[in-house]
Design a protein around this ligand. Structure first.
Ligand SMILES: NC(=O)c1ccc[n+]([C@@H]2O[C@H](COP(=O)([O-])OP(=O)(O)OC[C@H]3O[C@@H](n4cnc5c(N)ncnc54)[C@H](OP(=O)(O)O)[C@@H]3O)[C@@H](O)[C@H]2O)c1
Length: 279
């Protein structure tokens, strides 16, 4: 999609982390936005920030893993803004943990939000895009969905699912005017899930990117109909390519450069903190 001015777009997970940056980038292009997350306060903060670009987003406080909420999101957007033509599935959860320490409820939640929520919301939005013969869906995946990501195993399995969802749906929709893309960030600096990790010094192989880089990748996917963009420093982009040919080699490198050890330390630090501050 080239001309985004006046298009109606939905960004999930826009109350904190990288979501507000994605919303901001689209607001700069003149997209009429609906922003979604559970925290209304967080969404109001984002709305204030978007005001700088003359954007008054529609705030929809909703849980994307809940089927009634999914319908309410799409109905409210249709009623208040008109038919949507853009959807950015950004909302996500992560539990960095040794897999055997995760509760069934934690596994369920991650899969429901990261995979089911994305697919179900897309299914409800899609008829509007198809009717217009124009639109774009961007799924925020992760490098954890491209390769082994021990201790982020639950999130990794959901994000691997998003890769299949993106490629398959994109092929199904070929020729309809509706594009589907995925963005795979590595660790994001300053905001979001991994910014608060405690695992000591990050190994040099594990890079960081800015939330603005992720937001720009979303815009590029929409504008150029790119199927996927990995947002990471160059070493990880090389690893991404190598991984397609030899996942074993990528795992060997990550294991031997301290990446997996670092993730284990983060998981154990989290477990110790949960033991001391049970929720
Ligand atoms: N940060 C990273 O290093 C990193 C790296 C790779 C990929 N990613 C991906 O980037 C995306 C955003 O991550 P982030 O780091 O910005 O995370 P974050 O700071 O934890 O923000 C997550 C967002 O998702 C929303 N959310 C969570 N559960 C929800 C639900 N059930 N219904 C509606 N909204 C929900 C949260 O809002 P509420 O809590 O208010 O609902 C929040 O707005 C995720 O898909 C994540 O997997 C992040």
């Amino acid at each position: 999609m080239q001309d985004l001015k006046g298009a109606v777009g939905i960004v999930t997970g826009a109350s904190r982390g990288v979501g507000p940056f994605i919303a901001e980038r689209l607001a700069m292009e003149g997209v009429r936005l609906a922003i979604v997350a559970r925290s209304e306060d967080g969404l109001r903060e984002t709305a204030k920030r978007l005001g700088r670009y003359g954007c008054e987003p529609l705030v929809v406080a909703a849980d994307i893993s809940d089927e009634d909420d999914q319908r309410r999101i799409v109905d409210t957007v249709r009623r208040e803004l008109g038919a949507p033509s853009l959807l950015v599935n950004n909302a996500g959860l992560e539990h960095i943990t040794r897999f055997q320490d995760a509760t069934v409820e934690e596994i369920r939640k991650v899969i429901l939000v990261n995979l089911f929520g994305t697919e179900a919301l897309t299914r409800l939005v899609l008829p509007h895009l198809l009717a217009a013969g124009r639109g774009h869906i961007v799924n925020i995946g992760s490098v954890a969905g491209r390769t082994a990501y021990p201790y982020g195993t639950i999130n990794s399995s959901a994000k691997h699912g998003l890769v299949g969802f993106t490629w398959s749906l994109r092929e199904e929709l070929r020729g309809t005017g509706v594009g589907v893309s995925a963005v795979y960030p590595t660790l994001i600096a300053d905001v979001g899930i991994s910014a608060a990790w405690q695992g000591g010094r990050r190994p040099p192989m594990l890079g960081q990117v800015t939330p603005q880089q992720v937001a720009l990748a979303v815009l590029t996917c929409i504008r150029k109909n790119r199927v996927e963009i990995t947002v990471s420093p160059v070493m990880e982009r090389i690893a991404d390519v190598v991984s397609a040919v030899s996942p074993r080699l990528t795992s060997w490198v990550a294991r031997n450069t301290g990446v997996y050890g670092y993730l284990r330390t983060v998981a154990d630090a989290r477990r110790n903190s949960d033991l001391h501050h049970p929720q």
